[in-house]
Each structure stands twice: as C-alpha cells, then as structure tokens.
Design a protein around this ligand. Structure first.
Ligand code: ADP
Ligand code: PEP
Ligand code: K
Ligand code: MG
Length: 565
C-alpha cells in the first residue's frame, strides 16, 4: 500500500542529476497571446512546406490548449509518418557562410536542431546578431532551434593572419612564430601566437603541429620573442588554428596544464551567453569535473529561471583520464575529435569516441560527435564514401547528435552537408531498426532517490513494452525533461513525444536522441492531458484514431497503454 501511495506522490527533484532541471514552478495556464501566422517557409529537399509553425491550433478544445510544435518536425512527420522521424539530432556551427537570416532559415528547414557559435572566432557583436536571429526565426517561423555557445578555452593558437583567409606554407620554408604584437599587414611568413610563454616553452628540435598535423614545422632557432621554424609538412594555415608542440614523439603538456580551462575572456563570453539566454554552453579543453561544477554554480547564481546546460568537450588527454567524473558533473558531452586527434594518436580516436558515446548513454547524458564528419564538403558538393561511413558509424553508435563545423561555418555547401547528415541518419536508423541490429545495452541504475528510481523503472519498462508491443509512439508529460531523457536513454524503436510546459526545457530536449519535444501546458490530471493532446495532435494530422501509444507522466509516475480514440 505504501508503495502504491509513493507511486502517486509527486517526485522529488534529484540534486545529483541536475540535467535539464528547472525550478519547480506551479502549473499555471499560459497567457494566451495573439500569434501571427508565419509566412510559408522556403523548403529544400523533399520536405513539404511546413505551414503551421508556431500557430496553436486548439482543435476545438478551447483557448489555453495551445501546443507548440516544431514546424520542420511536423512537416517531416506528415511526410514520412512519425515512426520514421529522424532520431539523431543535428548541430550546425554558424559562421560567415550561414549567418544571414535566409541562410539560418535554410539550415532550420534542413533539420538543424542546435545552432552552435564558436567564441574562438568572430566578435561578441557578431555572435549576438546570430543568436538573436535564431531566436527571431523560432518565434516567427515556428522552429525550435536551440543555441549552443562554445568557449574559446585556453588553447595555444595562431592569430588571425592579419585578415587573410588563409596562408600557404610550402615545404622547406622558414616561418616566424612570434608573441610580438604586429601592425597589420603582418610581415611575410610571420604568424602571431596568442600565448605569451610560447617562445620560452618551445625548444629547438621540437615539432610544431598546426591543427593537429595539417601542417608541420620544426623549431630551428629561438630569437627573443621569435621562434624560427622550418616547414616539413606543407599545407594551408587557417586563422586561429590550434598549435601543439611535440618533443621526442610526445605532446608537450606542462604549459597547457597550467592554463586555466576557462580564461578571463571565456568568463566574459559566458556572461554574454547568460545574458543572451543561450541554451547550452560547451566548455573547451575540460580537464576535470571541478571546472564544470564551478561553472554550474556560477550559472545557477545568475540565471534561475533559465537554466543553461553545460556540455563538456572531451578533447584533451586529461579529459580522457577523468572522463567519468567529468561526464557525471556535466549535462552532456562532446566528442571533439578535432583537438582530440592532436592530443592522442589518430588511431586511438575511434575507440575513444565509442567509449565516450557508450558512457554518456549509460549515465544519461546527451553526447555529440563532432569534427570532420564531412570535411571534404567544405570544398566539394558531395562527401567521400569514407565520410558517409564515418557518419553512419556515429549513427549506429546511437550518439544523440552529430555536428558540422567548418562544413557549415565557412564551407561552400552548408545546406548540402546538412542534407547528407539528415539522409544518412534516416537511412541508417531505419536499416538498424528493421534488422534489429542493436544489442541491448546494459543500463546501470543512476537514480539517487527512491522517487527517481521509480521514474527510471517506469521508463525502462515502458521502452521495453513499446518495443514488444510495437507501439506507434511513447508520450511523456515532463516538467523538467528528466523523464523524457530517461526514455531517450533506452533508445526505443518508436519516437518519443515529449510534452513540457517550459520553452527552455523544450529547446534543450532538442539535443536528445529520438525526442520530439512539444511545448504544452498541462495539468496533474492525466486523463484530461491525454484527451487534449490527442485532440490537438489529431487536428494537426500528426496522429490518427487507432494509433497505439504508451503514455507516461512524471508528476503521477504513471504508465498507460492506449489507442488514440
Ligand atoms: N564566427 C566565425 N567567424 C568566422 N569564421 C568562423 C566562425 N566560426 C567558425 N569559423 C570558421 O569555421 C572553421 C571551423 O569552425 P570550428 O571547427 O568551430 O573552429 P576551429 O576550426 O577553430 O576549431 C574555423 O576554423 C573558422 O575558419
Ligand atoms: C569541436 C572541437 O572544438 P573546436 O572546434 O572549438 O576546436 C574539436 O576540437 O573537435
Ligand atoms: K571553441
Ligand atoms: Mg577543439
């Protein structure tokens, strides 16, 4: 009996799983405000124009019954049926090739779930414009694109080449790497280095790697602040490229270890991100869990209502050493293969990726696989076969999200690259579902309270039932998003419709595998929630009478199997 009572009592929030939690605000009906009908969207590929956008159709069940549906997802669902919606989420880095309103809209229509701005490049003003543009598109056109800010971090990198887009280093050429401040244009074959201790730290004979080995130099002479280097592996130098130096075949790490993970410039960028209301902050070159905890308390003190999820970028040797602690402290992780490949041997990157993806799923943290997925598409309109195989491997590992970097930031074919990610994801997901290739993964208990344990058991059972019964969808009514994340962790065969009353929770859920987040105000009365939801979704042609669904609620900790009436 006690058990039954507990099952019905509202769950307590679990402080050790801060993921996506928002302060428990009492339910209140959202103010009804006039909504503009968006203009028709420009649509690429085979999607029909999503015409309803953010418009709330109340399906004849009264005012206040509004539901926010992502216009693009809705179009995809109508086109392919909702069982076939894409489960893998897509992150696009925004840069000069994609920063206009039209270009951002094209990416949103093409399936971008999260827009990433990299604070390593561009000015704060530039990023502000991009973030506001994304928000405006969401409001006006019914997208639900989340924004991720990525910190620069204290890496050693080159300056911006005095404004040049790139510079070619030829075999045998002597270049000067210097910490001096120059007036632009820079002297010929001269590169600025952002780190003052550079000239002291390197030694004659060291190997200097640009971008993890895209170009290689050998240090041949040190003259005060200038370091003369001979180019051994020629190639293209890009602005602000990462620099690492190697001695006797090993990465020289001492100095990196002394640089703070979050520099003073990063703190200013973080303040900027908080004031602009970004959804995620990705922290570069994380070394330990402490920095994540520190940042989380900093953010908690500054933005109560609008919690920001912290993504730890796993890209340094230290982050691999402290992986589990870092992932536990964070709200998610990124396999940042670009810098990782400069810190560990390249042949170790694939196993590191697999390990990180698996650990994140076990610990219920979303994970992004990033860098060079479609690198050749920076210049060419089709990917290499090897790139398609790499993307499909990440999809098979069932990472939550895939990320474009240079392909979308400064490449020539950003929309085509996104289309490749979308179509490869869809195809591989379907193939893997149909052939039932996925082995069940051992999912450890992660709950730290009895109430959370109940949620976890409900989600594990519901996902299993959904697979065994072949249901059409799982519905979850969730305030903090936690229960939705637990369902996503199970990677069920059917899509998960996640209903939350918070727009910011909804945007953050966008990063999670298999979730279709909706904003909907709902009550503690499951019966009426379900009836309203069914009417609203039926009115929009998103579900039909007879569809079989399993519905869960985190306020009631309940589970129901039913046909849509
Ligand atoms: N805001 C920006 N302004 C200008 N260029 C950018 C911007 N963001 C990204 N880029 C370009 O896109 C490339 C790839 O982006 P990303 O992978 O995020 O950075 P990085 O190469 O520094 O790790 C960068 O090297 C840079 O040339
Ligand atoms: C995603 C990465 O980080 P950034 O692009 O900021 O270097 C990476 O190194 O792979
Ligand atoms: K960065
Ligand atoms: Mg990096």
């Amino acid at each position: 009996m006690a058990q039954a009572l507990r099952l019905l009592s509202p769950p307590t929030t679990n402080p050790s799983i801060p993921k996506f939690s928002v302060p428990a605000t009492p339910w209140r009906p959202l103010p009804s405000f006039p909504r503009r009908r968006p203009r028709a969207l420009r649509v690429s590929a085979s999607l029909p124009p999503p015409d309803l956008g953010l418009i709330s159709s109340d399906g004849g069940v009264g005012a206040g019954a509004a539901i926010d549906v992502d216009a693009v997802t809705e179009a995809e669902m109508k086109e392919n049926g909702f069982r076939s919606t894409r489960r893998t989420k897509l992150v696009c880095t925004i840069g000069p090739a994609t920063c206009s309103a039209e270009q951002l809209e094209a990416l949103a229509v093409g399936g971008m779930n999260v827009a990433r701005v990299n604070m390593c490049h561009g000015s704060r003003e530039w990023h502000r414009q991009v973030i506001r543009q994304v928000r405006r598109l969401n409001e006006e056109k019914g997208f639900a694109v989340a924004v991720m800010m990525d910190t620069e971090g204290s890496e050693i990198h080159m300056g911006d080449l005095g404004g040049a887009a790139s510079a070619k280093a030829e075999d045998g050429e002597i270049w000067t790497f210097s910490v001096r401040a120059f007036n632009s244009p820079l002297p010929e074959r001269t590169i600025n280095v952002n780190y003052d201790g550079f000239a002291e730290d390197v030694k004659v004979g060291d190997e200097l790697l640009v971008d993890g080995g895209m170009v290689r130099f050998e240090v041949i002479e040190k003259i005060g602040p200038d370091v003369k280097c001979r180019c051994n592996d020629p190639g293209l130098l890009l602005p602000r490229a990462n620099l690492s130096f190697w001695r006797n075949g090993r990465l020289v790490q001492e100095r990196n270890a002394m640089l703070p993970t979050i520099s003073s410039k990063d703190w200013l960028d973080i303040d900027f991100g908080i004031s602009e209301g970004v959804d995620f902050i990705a922290v570069s070159f994380v070394k330990s869990a402490e920095v994540i905890n520190h940042l989380k308390s900093y953010i908690a003190a500054r933005c109560r209502d609008n919690e920001i999820a912290i993504i730890a970028k796993i890209e340094s040797i230290d982050s691999l050493k402290n992986l589990e602690d870092i992932v536990l402290a964070s709200d998610g992780a990124m396999v940042a293969r670009g810098d990782m490949g400069a810190q560990i041997p390249l042949e170790e990157v694939p196993s590191a990726q697999q390990k990180i993806v698996k650990l994140c799923r076990q610990l219920n943290k979303p994970v992004i696989v990033a860098s060079q997925l479609l690198e050749s598409m920076i210049e060419y309109p089709t990917p290499t076969r090897a790139e398609v195989a790499d993307v499909s491997e990440a999809v098979k590992q069932r990472a939550d999200a895939l990320m474009l970097s240079g392909e979308s930031a400064m490449g020539q074919y950003p929309e085509k690259a996104l289309t490749v990610l979308r179509s490869v994801s869809l195809r591989i997901e379907r193939w893997w579902r149909e052939e039932k290739h996925h082995e069940a993964m051992e999912l450890p208990d992660i709950a730290s309270s009895f109430s959370d344990k109940i949620s976890e058991e409900i989600c594990n059972s519901a996902a299993k039932m959904a697979n065994n019964l072949g249901v059409d969808a799982l519905f979850v009514f969730t305030r903090t998003g936690h229960m939705a994340s637990l369902l996503s962790r199970c990677r069920p065969d059917c899509p998960v419709f996640a209903f939350t009353s918070s727009t910011s929770v909804r945007r953050r859920l966008n990063l999670l595998w298999g979730l279709i987040p909706f904003r909907l105000s709902f009550s503690g009365d499951m019966e009426s929630n379900l009836n309203r939801t069914f009417s609203l979704l039926k009115a929009r042609g998103m579900i039909q009478s007879g569809d079989l669904v399993i519905a869960l609620s985190d306020t009631l900790q309940s589970i129901q199997v039913m046909n849509v009436p």
